[in-house]
Write a protein that binds this ligand. Structure first.
Ligand code: SAM
Ligand code: SF4
Length: 420
């Protein structure tokens, strides 16, 4: 993974344990337990040691950032502390916080061990919405976790979920009230995720009313502007001048832990999902990489441009500097065409995504999630990692995924074929 990198990277660490499984959530996780957690953290430590040594050898600088995600990364704080102590990181150190773990003492512990940014998984401040989501906390706890975090970290993000069908069915206005509450509290960032219906989760697949989704996000944008916030990406709003809490827009990242992925510029790698499978892979050959996708320079550039656009700007110069002049020229031509169509607007020598562009991106992002992420995760869950909560056979999977797998997918020796 490190050999494939074209420059220093951020580090992602996955903690795949949860106290209770939420029925809407597609992420790689299992119910925790002290014994399995102890063995998992030992394996994680060993995988991280290899990454730390290889990254230092190759680039001579610390990781540019750290992201602790899950699952529930706040579940085993003492074990986490030992992991963090051994990681050289220059930039922000961010973690996802389950509101149940949002008491002042626990947050102070996170700060003590070096965490600089938190994302509070509030989802809503409405008890009926939280019950529908099957969350392990109520609205009061969501609220307390957010207020406790404020002022303790450089950046506080709050995750909200919006499902326009629920808004129609008796919970009218709940999401926009949540958005207003967050802005009123003065948090740095509010992430507004449209509920994704992965077929393999207990919630199952469903269709979306995309026009209503566009309308509700555009209404949230109006409220944001009135209250001193700006739309900084497709699904995030930031207080003007505040830092961004970024989970998915790192340019290059190395992933450690079960199911973690890495993007190196031209290659994409995914570790096996199963916790036991992960532990035994690390013990037997020091790596848990299970899937490798060779994107090459054109698709690598498209991937990079896609995530630039998520964050609201496209800079063809970076694409040209990284992937070469011909790729950069095509990026400029595409950006010019998208400006004519009103999807991008000019901003100095770069481009910004317009409100119409954000609507199109919103649809595109979901389509990519259902066409590529869902079938990949379902395959990986079927091979281990599913302790009963997921039904991989119910996942969406279609021609696009089969073509992408054949074009880019490579099996990793000894871990089963990706393309048979
Ligand atoms: C790994 S989860 C959260 C971490 C922590 N375990 C928690 O629940 O608070 C990261 C975020 O993904 C979002 N998320 C989870 N499932 C989702 C889904 N099906 N659709 C949209 N967003 C989802 C939630 O907002 C959640 O806070
Ligand atoms: S939403 Fe968070 S707590 Fe719920 S299952 Fe997913 S990772 Fe676990």
């Amino acid at each position: 993974v490190v050999a494939a990198l074209d420059g220093p990277a951020g580090l992602y660490v996955h903690i795949p344990f949860c106290e209770r499984i939420c029925p809407f959530c597609p992420y790689n996780k299992v119910a925790g337990g002290e014994e399995v957690a102890a063995r998992y953290f030992d394996a994680l430590q060993s995988e991280l040691e290899s990454f730390v040594a290889a990254h230092a050898d190759r680039f001579g600088v610390p990781f540019s950032s750290l992201y602790l995600g899950g699952g529930t990364p706040t579940m085993y704080p003492d074990r986490l502390e030992r992991v963090l102590a051994a990681l050289p990181v220059a930039g922000p150190r961010a973690i996802e916080v389950l509101p149940t773990h949002g008491a002042v003492e626990r947050l102070d512990d996170l700060r003590r061990i070096g965490v600089t940014s938190v994302s509070i998984g509030a989802q809503s401040f409405n008890d009926r919405v939280l019950r529908r989501l099957g969350r392990p906390h109520d609205a009061a706890m969501s609220h307390a976790a957010v207020t406790n975090a404020m002022g303790r970290f450089e950046c506080v993000d709050v995750d909200l979920i919006v499902d326009v069908e629920w808004e129609r069915g008796g919970l009218s206005g709940a999401f926009l009230r949540d958005v207003r509450d967050c802005f009123g509290l003065g948090v740095d960032q509010v992430s507004t995720y449209p509920l994704m219906r992965f077929g393999f989760t207990p919630f199952g697949a469903a269709t979306h009313d995309r026009r209503r989704e566009h309308a509700v996000l555009s209404r949230a944008t109006e409220i944001a502007v009135r209250m001193g916030y700006e739309r900084r990406s497709v699904w995030t709003f930031n207080r003007v001048g505040s830092p961004s809490y970024s989970s998915i827009t790192r340019r290059r990242f190395i992933g450690a832990g079960a199911g973690a992925s890495s993007f190196t510029g031209r290659d994409f790698f995914v570790n096996g999902f199963g916790v036991e499978r992960y532990i035994s892979s690390i013990i037997t050959d020091g790596s848990a990489v299970d899937r490798s996708f060779r994107l090459g320079r054109w698709s690598g550039a498209a991937y990079e441009a896609f995530w630039q656009a998520y964050a609201g700007r496209v800079d063809p110069r970076t694409i040209s500097d990284t992937y070469g002049r011909p790729v950069g020229d095509v990026a400029v031509a595409c950006a010019k065409m998208l400006s004519v169509l009103g999807v991008l607007g000019r901003n100095g020598r770069g481009y910004v995504v317009t409100p119409r562009g954000f609507d199109i991106y919103h649809d595109l992002e979901r389509s990519i999630t259902y066409r590529f992420v869902e079938p990949l995760w379902a395959e990986m869950l079927a091979e281990g990692g599913n302790d009963g909560w997921a039904r991989p056979e119910r996942a969406r999977s279609g021609l696009e995924w089969r073509v992408a797998r054949r074009l880019y997918g490579r099996s990793v020796a000894g871990r089963g074929p990706l393309v048979s």
